[in-house]
Write a protein that binds this ligand. Structure first.
Ligand code: AQP
Length: 347
């Protein structure tokens, strides 16, 4: 069970998180992010969920494809249980506070902090000089996403921990530099058995929507046959499953599949070990495939239904953006005041 959410300092609890429209979502995005986003909303906490299109263009995106993917991510949020009436659901570029605060915070953050980000190193590869400036600076924009709402908690997967720590450092430096306590220091919420779902082809590598191998991941758009085939072909070792969680140590591929089962079934890992103790993968994999199809099938069907009405998705994003703007605009105006900018334009 997750710990009850504690509000740091004197700020009311507010949750923000985002997903990049840089490809079709995976089972990793679902278990590490989407499923938990809906749970937080259902706990009655104020929740804002964003399709972070400004982040996606840190690497080149085909414009028509970007529009399509933005709608697909919005549909994935809704199909996974995010209710646009109870949560604020929108795309980032429609709320200008993100870009404005992003600039201000990129003047607070230090370049050295950015170079230390492992995701920048991974994504820029051997040719970092040729990466976009945005790819390097993007964690400052991510800090702005969070702080535009004076967010207190950010549910993310394990891979985003370093970026949230950076957002905390940026908030603390801003507060220190301007002798204020304006920004809360946001807490990452990294909970549950699936904070890092691994590749089906390599249990030591994160499942990622931009992995060149489609067999490495389950996409939320995959049909039942494709899901079953990918699980059947998932890399494993030759040993049967152990009877304890400890017995999975040193067996990353087996551990990954068991973790996925536990997360999909909402069962503690120990219970899954009990159920499949001594089982061969020939028994476990079909059980996992059946479970994955049963859980993901209705989500995929709902996504397809929503995607048939792109205007409706755009209208939902527009309404969400208005609500997000109403919160963020006055916060960013106060940041301008704190930093000494004159704001005398009549609006
Ligand atoms: N494998 C994963 N396991 C658990 N959580 C994951 N997340 C991503 N992959 C896993 C979480 O999903 C949220 C949205 O992530 P994102 O799409 O904005 O960017 P990302 O973290 O870089 O995810 P990808 O799939 O690896 O995208 P690409 O390939 O475009 O870089 C985040 O909360 C993330 O932690």
């Amino acid at each position: 069970m997750a710990e009850p959410v504690q509000t740091p300092q004197a700020f009311p609890t507010r949750i923000f998180s985002g997903i990049q429209p840089s490809g079709s979502l995976t089972l990793g995005n679902y278990l590490g992010a989407l499923k938990r986003f809906a749970q937080k909303q259902d706990e009655g906490i104020e929740t804002l969920y964003c399709v972070v299109d400004l982040h996606a263009v840190t690497v080149w995106q085909d414009p028509a494809r970007l529009r399509q993917q933005t709608r697909e991510i919005a549909a994935s949020y809704i199909a996974s249980g995010v209710d646009p009436k109870r949560s604020i659901l929108y795309n980032q570029s429609q709320v200008t506070a993100h870009a404005e605060l992003g600039w201000l915070l990129s003047c607070v953050a230090r370049i050295g902090w950015m170079y230390r980000m492992t995701q920048f190193k991974d994504k820029s590869g051997a040719n970092a000089e040729n990466a976009s400036l945005g790819l390097l600076a993007y964690p400052a924009l991510m800090a702005a996403d969070i702080l535009s709402f004076r967010t207190t908690h950010v549910p993310v997967g394990e891979d985003q921990k370093q970026h949230i720590e950076l957002a905390r450092d940026i908030a603390a430096k801003f507060n220190h530099d301007y002798k204020t306590d304006f920004f809360p220091i946001p807490e990452p919420l990294i909970e549950g058995p699936a904070t890092r779902v691994m590749s089906l082809r390599d249990g030591t590598k994160k499942m990622s929507k931009s992995d060149p191998s489609d067999a490495s991941r389950i996409n939320l758009t995959d049909d039942a046959d494709t899901i079953a085939k990918k699980i059947r072909k998932a890399k494993t070792d030759a040993e049967p499953l152990p009877d304890t969680v400890e017995g999975l140590e040193g067996r990353p591929d087996a551990k990954n599949l068991v973790n996925i089962y536990a997360a999909l079934a909402d069962l503690p890992l120990a219970k899954v070990m009990e159920e499949f103790a001594g089982a061969q993968f020939g028994t476990f994999k079909p059980a996992l495939a059946d479970l994955a199809v049963a859980k993901l099938g209705p989500i995929t069907a709902e996504m397809n239904r929503l995607m048939a009405e792109p205007d409706e998705i755009d209208a939902i994003l527009g309404r969400g953006a208005e609500r997000a703007d109403a919160i963020a605009r006055p916060i960013v105006a106060q940041v301008y005041d704190i930093m000494g900018m004159i704001r005398s334009r009549q609006v």
